[in-house]
Design a protein around this ligand. Structure first.
Ligand code: R5P
Length: 293
C-alpha cells in the first residue's frame, strides 16, 4: 500500500528521486523540462500529487543556477497542493559561500536559503553540506544527512592493504574521523592552504612516515576542480604509499578533473548519486529516506 507521500523528481535527480519514492512507498511524479532558446527553464509536473507530504528531489550541481531555479519552481508549484513541502537538495550549490571570506563578498548561501523559504519549502534536507554553518542561514527546519555510512559500506567490500583514512585538510577532520571509526581504522589530516583569490591549493604538511606501504582513502565532502585531491595525492605518493582511493559525497569533477586525479596517482574515485556520473556508485536513497520519515 502507498504511503501518504508523493515524491517529485527534478530532472537533475530523477533516478535518486525514484529510489527514494520506492523506499517511502510513495506515489512518484516526474517533471517535464523544456529549456527555451534564451536559457529559461519551463517545468511541468506530470500528474497530481496525493494529499499529504510532498517531497521534491533536485540537486543543484552545474548548471547550478538553472538547476536551482528548477528546484525552486517545483517547490513553489507543489506549495499549492500541500503545506508540507520537503525540499530534498542532495547536493546544494552555493553552500561554500556561507560567509564573507574577503571584504565585500556576498554570502550567497543566505540568499539561496531565503529563496527556498520564499518558494514555500517547509523543510530542507541536504546530504553532507559543506559546513554546518551553511545550515544556519535557513529560516526553515534544515537537516543535514551524512553519506559516510554508505561510502564506508562500499569500501568495506574492497580488500585494502593496512588502510589509513586521510583528510586532505584540517576542516575535514570530523568527516575523516567518522569514516575511520565506522571503517575500523585510523585517520590523519593533511594541512592544506588555498589562495582565496586564485583558488590554488598547496599542501603544507610535513612528511607522513606512517603512510608508507599502506592503502590510503582520501575522504572529502566534494571534489570540484580536483585541485585538493591532486595536491594531496601527489604529496602522499612521494611518501611511498601503496594505492590511493578518493571517497567523496559529491563528485562535480569539473573539466578534466577526473583525468588529473588519476594522473596524480588515485586508482579509484568513489562518489554518491547526489550527483549522477561515472564515479557515483554509492546510493544515498536509504539515508535520505530515513531522514524524511
Ligand atoms: C574544501 O574545503 C572542500 O572540502 C573540498 O576539499 C573542495 O571544495 C574541493 O574543491 P576542489 O576539488 O576544487 O579542490
Amino acid at each position: 500500500m502507498l504511503s501518504n507521500f508523493t515524491v517529485i523528481g527534478g530532472k537533475a535527480s530523477e533516478d535518486l528521486a525514484k529510489k527514494i519514492a520506492v523506499k517511502l512507498k510513495a506515489k512518484y511524479l516526474k517533471s517535464e523540462l523544456r529549456i527555451f532558446p534564451d536559457g529559461e527553464s519551463k517545468i511541468t509536473i506530470s500528474g497530481k500529487p496525493k494529499n499529504g507530504k510532498i517531497v521534491v528531489v533536485q540537486s543543484t550541481y552545474p548548471p547550478v543556477d538553472s538547476n536551482l531555479i528548477q528546484a525552486l519552481s517545483l517547490v513553489s508549484k507543489i506549495r499549492k497542493y500541500s503545506s508540507q513541502v520537503y525540499a530534498v537538495i542532495p547536493y546544494l550549490g552555493y553552500a561554500r559561500q556561507d560567509k564573507e571570506f574577503l571584504p565585500g563578498e556576498v554570502i550567497t548561501m543566505s540568499l539561496v536559503a531565503n529563496m527556498f523559504k520564499a518558494a514555500g519549502a517547509s523543510k530542507i534536507i541536504i546530504v553532507d553540506i559543506h559546513s554546518k554553518m551553511a545550515l544556519n542561514h535557513f529560516k526553515i527546519p534544515a537537516k543535514n544527512v551524512s553519506a559516510i555510512s554508505e561510502l564506508v559500506k562500499y569500501f568495506k567490500k574492497l580488500k585494502l592493504k593496512d588502510p589509513l583514512v586521510i583528510s586532505p585538510d584540517i576542516g575535514g577532520i570530523t568527516r575523516a574521523r567518522d569514516f575511520a571509526k565506522l571503517f575500523g581504522t585510523k585517520f590523519i589530516a593533511l594541512r592544506k592552504q588555498r589562495d582565496r583569490k586564485t583558488g590554488n591549493v598547496v599542501i603544507k604538511s610535513a612528511n607522513q612516515k606512517q603512510v608508507k606501504g599502506r592503502d590510503l582513502i582520501l575522504v572529502d565532502d566534494m571534489i570540484s576542480t580536483g585541485g585538493s585531491i591532486v595536491k594531496a595525492a601527489e604529496f602522499l605518493k612521494k611518501q611511498k604509499c601503496k594505492n590511493i582511493y578518493a571517497a567523496c559525497t559529491h563528485a562535480l569533477l569539473i573539466g578534466d578533473a577526473e583525468k588529473r586525479i588519476r594522473k596524480a596517482g588515485v586508482s579509484k574515485i568513489v562518489s554518491t548519486n547526489t550527483i549522477p556520473g561515472r564515479t557515483s556508485v554509492v546510493d544515498v536513497s536509504p539515508v535520505i529516506s530515513k531522514a524524511i520519515v
